[in-house]
Design a protein around this ligand. Structure first.
Ligand code: GTP
Ligand code: SPV
Ligand code: MN
Length: 602
């Protein structure tokens, strides 16, 4: 077997016997030329960056303007998560449930072992130990990813607590996620992302992109994490976590689940509009929340990640100034456009559209071109420590107490700006029936409304009905459950968004916080509580009251269709679909019927 070395070629040993023997097994399978154990040091980062630049994997940007920043162009066939090639490999198909692709574990291991056999030959295998969650937190989990991609290593270094600290935290324990990755030949016909929740194992082959390959993120923190959460009594969710600070210094923590490319990063670091002088938003996390019940009966959340893998298009000093500041240094940009002077560009960035660019595929691009210069799912990978509004509790091992949970989808119709659930069960129903239009974050058609319960459709590692049951069961553990809300920033009229969104979402968040703290009114509707006229602070907002009415209105006919679609999803979920949620839906249907079409709001 190849001697294990550090990134400078000095021999090193892996002290943990379990890790050492598993790495040896993976080496025997993939047959790399070199095996490098990553320690997470600054010197290692420099060394690996040089290697990546020499190999053309990273293109240096203007180091004066963007110190430590690089551009990566992925294979054009490999630009997003691949849901159709993502599998949950549980002993039975029923455990994976109706919403997941399933393969029997034996079959999946055998099929992928053929692809991995010799996959690292001629290459270096990097061994990347990492921690998801703050070091020392009882909620944190250790993983080890072996990969042939230096891009993966440099991204994992930003997104996780990587290197020596992970092996130190693991000690002699065998409790670590085993992640095997190879880009192989980046052929979609040989691309599989397989999860073995019972083995705490992930095998990913044939892709080099984001959520397919940064195995700590969607694969461990959500798919395997949700399975562990069910087993161990906690929640792994596709949620941002933010703190809202009032001018008086009162802090309220909110977690929010929006599907991919539906506004989590933006919401997590938003700057309140002028009207909200003295209010501040602090980011704890922008994509994933792990939540457990604390001794005081409240729900506590940690962000398992250490960086942001954020959507670039649409990000500007106008829409998200804090994100723009976050990506000024030590950031890897993937599939954005390049300017002649070594800067990055994407659709929706501030200022004039440059006359000429190099597009995300490395081709010359001219202003006015019908093709996009940046890929719609172009991303930045930036350390959370760059964020000017990173919460000082973001690394707290205890996490932050959550007062409100928000679910939100991208919906052109039907769903009003904001509603509050009547209680926990009704809140779980709101989450379970969440719908959203598909986005460029996954391959496939964009803009199709689908059910995306809790924004977890692509990320739940087990049967969806069982997952809903777990959410319902959590109530018995949480003495002080967070209040639950549904929002929609994306309602449209004549092809235009009705609500200005971004920082203006503070107006909705303020109502959420005040409702969670039981100090503002609301109006009861059959669907939930909505703000009464005057409850939403709209002063200084530059849109007509008709537009606000259209954004907040509720139409019974639209809701009938909505409930039909929800019913189809509940049916498809099968026998594990909790009765409490089916009854919630029936009760709502019955309430609508009893109104004989006479009721409307807005
Ligand atoms: P993932 O990283 O894929 O999980 O995405 P995300 O949920 O963090 O979404 P993000 O905040 O990156 O936003 C995705 C896209 O939605 C970007 O192009 C944003 O500009 C746009 N967006 C975000 N918030 C709003 C909003 O309030 N209104 C409108 N109209 N667009 C928004
Ligand atoms: C998402 O798609 O929800 C993301 C990006 O956050 S990825 O890491 O590619 O899954
Ligand atoms: Mn996401």
């Amino acid at each position: 077997m190849a001697q294990i070395v550090d990134s400078f070629g000095s021999p090193v040993t892996i002290k943990n016997a379990q890790v050492a023997s598993w790495v040896a097994e993976m080496v025997a399978l993939t047959k790399p030329d070199h095996v490098v154990l990553c320690d997470g040091s600054e010197a290692e980062k420099q060394r690996l960056t040089e290697i990546a630049v020499a190999a053309g994997v990273l293109i240096p940007l203007d180091q004066q303007k963007l110190p430590g920043c690089y551009l990566h162009r992925s294979n054009p066939n490999d630009v997003a998560r691949v849901e159709n090639l993502t599998f949950i490999c549980t002993p039975t198909k029923a455990e994976a449930g109706s919403t997941n692709n399933w393969m029997a574990p034996d079959e999946a291991y055998a099929k992928l072992a053929k692809l991995f056999d010799g996959a690292h030959t001629g290459r270096t295998m990097y061994v990347v130990p990492y921690v998801m969650g703050p070091i020392g937190s009882s909620l944190s989990k250790v993983g080890v990813e072996v990969t042939d991609s230096v891009y993966v290593v440099l991204n994992m270094r930003i997104m996780t607590r990587m290197g020596r600290q992970a092996l130190d935290m693991l000690g002699e324990s065998n409790d670590f996620n085993r992640g095997l990755h190879s880009v192989l030949d980046c052929n979609p016909d040989r691309r599989f992302i397989c999860h073995f929740p019972q083995d705490n194992t992930i095998w990913s082959v044939g892709s080099g992109y984001g959520g397919n390959v940064l195995l700590g993120k969607k694969c461990l923190a959500l798919r395997v994490g949700s399975y562990l959460g069910k087993k161990e009594g906690w929640l792994a969710e596709h949620m941002l976590i933010l703190g809202v600070e009032s001018p008086e210094g009162e802090m309220t923590y909110v977690a929010a689940a929006f599907p991919s490319a539906c506004g989590k990063t933006n919401f997590a670091m938003m700057i309140p509009p002028k009207r909200f002088k003295g209010w501040k938003i602090w980011t704890v996390g922008d994509d994933i929340a792990w939540m457990r019940v604390g001794d005081d009966g409240r729900l506590y959340a940690i962000n398992p990640e250490a960086g942001y893998f954020g959507v670039a298009p649409g990000t500007s000093y106008k829409s998200n100034p804090n994100a723009m500041k976050t990506v000024l240094k030590d950031t890897i940009f993937t599939n954005v456009a390049l300017t002649a002077d070594g800067d990055v560009w994407w659709e929706g960035k501030d200022g004039e559209v440059p006359d000429e660019l190099t597009d995300w595929q490395g081709r010359p691009w001219k202003k006015g071109s019908t093709e996009k210069a940046a890929h719609p799912n172009a991303r930045f990978t930036a350390p959370a420590s760059n964020n000017p509004v990173k919460s000082k509790f973001a690394d707290d091992p205890e996490g932050v107490p959550i007062s409100a949970i928000i679910f939100g989808g991208r919906r052109a119709t039907t769903i009003p700006l904001v509603m509050q659930a009547f209680n926990w069960t009704n809140g779980v129903f709101m989450g379970a029936t969440l719908g959203s239009e598909t986005t460029a974050a996954a391959t496939g058609k964009v803009g199709v409304v689908r059910r995306d319960p809790m924004a977890m459709l692509p990320f739940c590692g087990y049967d969806m009905g069982e997952y809903f049951a777990h959410w319902l069961e959590m109530q018995s553990e949480i003495a002080y459950p967070p209040k639950v809300f549904l929002v929609n920033w994306f309602r449209q009229k004549d092809g235009k968004f009705l609500w200005p969104g971004f920082g203006e979402n503070m107006r909705v968040l303020k109502w959420v916080v005040d409702r969670a703290r039981l100090r503002v009114g609301g109006q009861e509707t059959p669907f939930g509580w909505v703000p009464k006229a005057g409850d939403l602070d709209l002063s200084g907002l530059d849109i007509s009251s008709e537009q606000v009415d259209a954004a907040t209105s509720i139409d019974l006919d639209e809701w009938r269709l909505e409930l039909e679609s929800q019913g189809e999803f509940f049916e498809a979920t099968g026998p594990t679909m909790p009765r409490a949620l089916k009854l919630q839906r029936e009760l709502l249907l019955a309430r609508i019927e009893s109104m004989h079409g006479k009721w409307s709001v807005g």
